[in-house]
Design a protein around this ligand. Structure first.
Ligand code: FES
Length: 105
């Protein structure tokens, strides 16, 4: 099993997001001990969601927002619930927390 480490869990703000600079870029979002990861590519224009590199706005530990045209994506499944690409989804990556590290699995 591939357990490539993306980051430490503590490096992801609880209720927030962290951009992982790799190819392709990854966004990790966190709610408590739960994490989800998505390719950092907005389904609207196929560009990274962060305009200012590394900065992703999140709300209520529920949604993250694309900086370009404000599409809102659910933490839990990456589906766009509001904005120009409504019902489209971010591309998910399977991750798990192993000994305090967020790893691809
Ligand atoms: S590029 Fe993300 S909402 Fe337009």
């Amino acid at each position: 099993m591939d357990t490539t480490m993306l980051c430490h869990l503590d490096a992801v703000p609880d209720g927030g997001a962290r951009v992982i600079d790799r190819d392709p870029g990854v966004i990790v979002v966190r709610r408590g001990q739960q994490v989800w990861a998505y390719i950092n590519r907005c389904p609207h224009f196929s560009i990274p969601l962060d305009f200012e590199p590394g900065t992703i706005c999140t709300y209520d530990a529920e949604v993250l927002m694309c900086a370009h045209h404000s599409a809102l994506f659910r933490f839990t499944d990456g589906v766009c619930i509001d904005g120009p690409c409504r019902d489209a989804a971010l591309s998910p990556l399977a991750v798990q927390v192993i000994e305090g590290r967020v790893c691809l699995c």
